[in-house]
Design a binder for this molecule. Structure first.
Ligand code: PAF
Length: 287
């Protein structure tokens, strides 16, 4: 596996590969990889001639009071995992490479970023869209793969990619869960034993939503209430939001659910913030 650290080297290699007719599939990550990330890479590998994975813990998407300093890192382990899978290139720039001295350009997607995660983490999506733009311009992929767990991120990246004519196809991999249902996340490592058990309330609440919908419930407000109750029943979790939204616009469904809908939840347990989601009915264009 070729490890590239500089943007210009990545661009040169990408130009060379594209000139030779190779398609490039890209998986951006912040490292501390789990099976969920590896699923994304499997898609890139199966669909493209060359696979590129990036590892960069992006400071601009963390709020001032968030977990940038303690975000888990294990570069050697990550390298071994993706190399074993057959990844061709690891792009691993450092902070000064991605944000050179004096850097003052940001990419902002309006509207979609104001609600849900955006309401609780006001600068988060600006950091994500800025770094993903920089990564796309460095790697120049035809395909980029993201995880459904970050459903709003998927919607935002799709909109940005379309609005800025990036010419990158966005593919989305389903949420990878632990055996007991907890959605895989690098942040799960923060959870103590009791917290880990209590965090399952998120998955239970989503299962409950699906069951209600399967049984014919179509009131978004009712489903939302049941989901919130299930999470709060744990007694130890603080709910940031539980909402039934349209999967592409992330706008809350106010009345009856017709067609594709997504239940999204975010909650805090101790100092850890977890998110999860599930589709109701047909999966719409975000599956
Ligand atoms: O989903 C993530 O891990 C990050 O938000 C991403 C897309 C790698 C940008 O830093």
């Amino acid at each position: 596996m070729n490890i590239i650290r500089r943007v210009t080297d990545m661009q040169r290699e990408s130009d060379r590969l594209r000139a030779a007719g190779a398609s490039i599939g890209f998986v951006p990550t912040m490292g501390y990889l789990h099976e969920g990330h590896l699923d994304l890479l499997r898609i890139a590998i199966s669909r493209c001639d060359i696979s590129v994975c990036s590892i960069f813990v992006n400071p601009t998407q963390f709020g001032r009071d968030e977990d940038l300093a303690r975000y888990p890192r294990d570069f050697e382990r990550d390298c071994a995992l993706i190399e074993a899978l057959g990844c061709d290139i690891l792009f691993a720039p450092d902070e000064s490479e991605m944000y050179p001295e004096g850097d003052c350009t940001f990419v902002h997607v309006d509207h979609l970023t104001n609600t849900l995660e955006g309401a609780f983490r006001p600068t988060h999506f600006r950091g994500v869209t800025t770094v993903v733009t920089k990564l796309f311009l460095a790697v120049r992929p035809q395909l980029a793969v993201f995880g459904q767990k970050d459903a709003q991120q998927v919607a935002v990246i799709r909109r940005m990619t379309r609005d800025l004519h990036f010419g990158v196809e966005i593919a989305v991999a389903p949420i990878r869960r632990e055996k007991d249902g907890l959605a895989m996340s690098s942040r799960n490592t923060y959870l103590g034993e009791d917290e880990r058990r209590e965090a399952l309330a998120l998955f239970r609440s989503l299962q409950r939503a699906r069951k209600l919908h399967d049984d014919g419930e179509r009131s978004a407000a009712n489903i939302q209430r049941f989901v919130a109750e299930e999470i709060l029943r744990s007694g130890t979790m603080t709910l940031d939001y539980a909402a039934v939204v349209h999967p592409d616009t992330m706008e809350q469904i106010e009345d009856e659910i017709h067609g594709a809908a997504l239940v999204v939840v975010a909650a805090r347990i101790g100092s850890t913030r977890l998110i999860d989601n599930t589709f109701l009915g047909s999966e719409g264009s975000s599956s």
